[in-house]
Design a binder for this molecule. Structure first.
Ligand code: XMP
Length: 527
């Protein structure tokens, strides 16, 4: 059993980061809604509890509160932003409705040396006050601390910026230690989790392999499992993990929709079937997909067709495997948190994402999700531990509908072939061009990069002749979460080189352009 930290989510945009930071300190943590019941919290048996930030005001009637048990369990509690305010309110302090919103960088003065901040500071003022550089985001503030609390930090506009009751081990921070803009955030999280909660730092992927293998074996017994292998990181790591756990009881179905990248199908087959000895059924369904897509130009319609056809092809294969009782999926922790939060914030669907939802029911199979506790970084680390090639595990993400959303308008085999070749040249160049300053390749310096096929023709000249051919756009972005992204400032020489190669080597393309739109307002994919 791992020591666990419980994070109660009050709806902040950055709650996930709290869990990630704690896991980076090798302590296991989970996020649950703020209103879970007492029995759940007791059973969870946390070594410490964190109350996240949130969009509400404690001063509004009916605004969320932490269950009373949080303060009665006798474990350390850290309230962050809204979490601090509700802690203050629930323990008898006072929260004031803010007139001004303080948002962004702030320098706070650390007071007294509470066990939370001892030894943690960024610089000292001329008078010798310890100062912290932090990221604040709040409207309301704590006006009176509850009995037993001492002032831990302040700014001129927020006199109670942090508070501590060392006796009961209750702490409140008005700033966000989980974001990287808080310079000592890592030290603050470590202090709370490792020192004040005294949680064991035993969450490591190297050890997790054995634990996960045992769990899968116990769950599956001698039954059989099917997995849809896409070549993406999550399904690949799930396949490798399941294979380690149950060997031949796993059959993977790899549906090739004809919209994969260059040599991708060969790579998937060689890594899994040849190298790891995984049973993989390779279904070349490109003709079926392309004929269903013929004449369809609307992006959402294309996505729906690809999604539905995928389900159909997969289902037909699965039906042949009559001894399978389980369907495994590469669901990861952010998907779990996201779907738990659905409906709460009324988020709009910008693009309908491709997944295989609904399959377990129609196939009448039990659902197995061996990665559902893991963040993406952890999935990657696990993949490497399981012997997958790092280049595969650290690959840029690739959307389920594949080149289908990178060929604008109607998808044709001819367009996919041209795009694949252009894309391969771009990716190869990014991998081999090393940035002098960082020593890293441009592939590693970008979060996602690819070519997009534009079905418009423009005039060019090659040798002595006039050409009238298609256009390819290059897209490269840098982002941490794929929710917002900047276009990558690739070196001009690199872009020039890629353009020359594409135009010279890919007959049918005579013009290459570079996409310099950020997200928002543009999305990363073009469709
Ligand atoms: P957008 O284009 O919405 O993409 O800025 C954000 C991230 O999501 C990926 N993406 C998808 N992934 N199925 C997927 O599995 C999809 O339908 C899909 N659409 C977009 C995109 O590649 C980027 O990483």
């Amino acid at each position: 059993m791992h020591d666990k930290i419980l994070i109660l989510d009050f709806g902040s945009q950055v709650t996930q980061l709290i869990a990630r930071r704690i896991r980076e300190s090798h302590v296991y943590s989970e996020i649950h809604p703020y209103d879970v019941d007492e029995a759940f919290i007791r059973e969870f048996a946390p070594k410490g509890i964190i109350l996240s930030g949130g969009p509400n005001s404690v001063t509004e009637p009916g605004s969320p509160r932490a269950p009373q048990i949080v303060f009665d369990l006798g474990v350390p509690v850290l309230g962050i932003c809204y979490g601090m305010q509700t802690m203050a309110d629930q323990l008898g302090g006072k929260v004031e409705l803010g007139k001004l919103r303080e948002f962004g960088y702030a320098e706070v003065r650390a007071h007294n040396h509470t066990s939370f901040l001892t030894g943690i500071e960024d610089f000292q003022t001329a008078e010798g006050h310890g100062m912290l550089k932090v990221w604040m985001s709040h409207g309301d503030k704590v006006a009176d601390m509850p009995a037993g609390f001492k002032l831990m930090a302040s700014t001129p506009s927020c006199p109670i910026a942090a508070m501590a009751d060392d006796e009961r081990r209750f702490y409140g921070l008005q700033w966000h230690p989980e974001v990287t803009h808080t310079a000592q955030g890592r030290a603050m999280i470590d202090r709370f989790v490792l020192v004040l909660c005294n949680a064991r730092a035993d969450w490591e992927m190297g050890h997790y392999v054995e634990e996960a293998v045992e769990k899968i074996r116990a769950q599956v017994g001698d039954e059989h499992v099917i997995l849809g292998l896409s070549g993406g990181v999550d399904s690949s790591v799930a396949a490798a993990l399941l294979h380690r756990a149950i060997g031949d009881q796993l059959t993977c179905v790899f549906v090739d929709h004809g919209l994969l990248r260059q040599n991708e199908a060969e790579q998937v087959m060689s890594t899994f079937a040849d190298h790891l000895g995984v049973k993989v059924i390779h279904v070349d369904a490109s003709t079926a997909f392309l004929s269903k897509l013929a004449g369809v130009t609307d992006p959402e319609a294309k996505r729906k067709i690809i999604g539905a056809e995928f389900v159909e092809v997969f289902q037909a294969e699965a039906n042949k495997l009559t001894d399978a009782q389980w369907l495994a999926q590469g669901t990861i922790y952010p998907d779990v948190i996201e779907s738990a939060g659905k409906g709460k914030k009324g988020a709009h669907t910008i693009k309908s994402h491709h997944n295989v939802g609904g399959l377990p029911e129609t196939l009448n199979l039990k659902l197995l999700e061996p990665l559902r506790e893991l963040f993406k970084d952890e999935v990657r680390e696990l993949g490497v531990q399981l012997g997958l090639p790092p280049a595969m595990v650290y690959r840029h993400p690739f959307p389920g509908p594949g080149l289908g959303v990178r060929i604008l308008g109607e998808v044709k085999r001819e367009f996919a072939d041209l795009l694949r070749r252009a894309d391969a040249i771009f990716i190869e160049t990014l991998r081999t061009t090393i940035d002098k300053e960082t020593g890293k390749s441009w592939y590693d310096l970008t979060s996602q990069a690819f070519a997009v096929f534009l079905p418009v023709k423009s005039v060019g000249v090659m040798g002595d002749g006039r050409t009238y051919e298609y256009v390819v756009a290059l897209r490269a972005v840098q982002t941490l979460d794929f929710m917002t992204a900047h276009w990558a400032h690739l070196p001009h020489e690199l872009l020039g080189h890629v353009s020359n190669r594409i135009i010279n080597e890919v007959r049918g393309i005579n013009r290459v352009v570079y996409d310099i739109s950020g997200k928002p307002p543009a999305t990363i994919e073009w469709e």
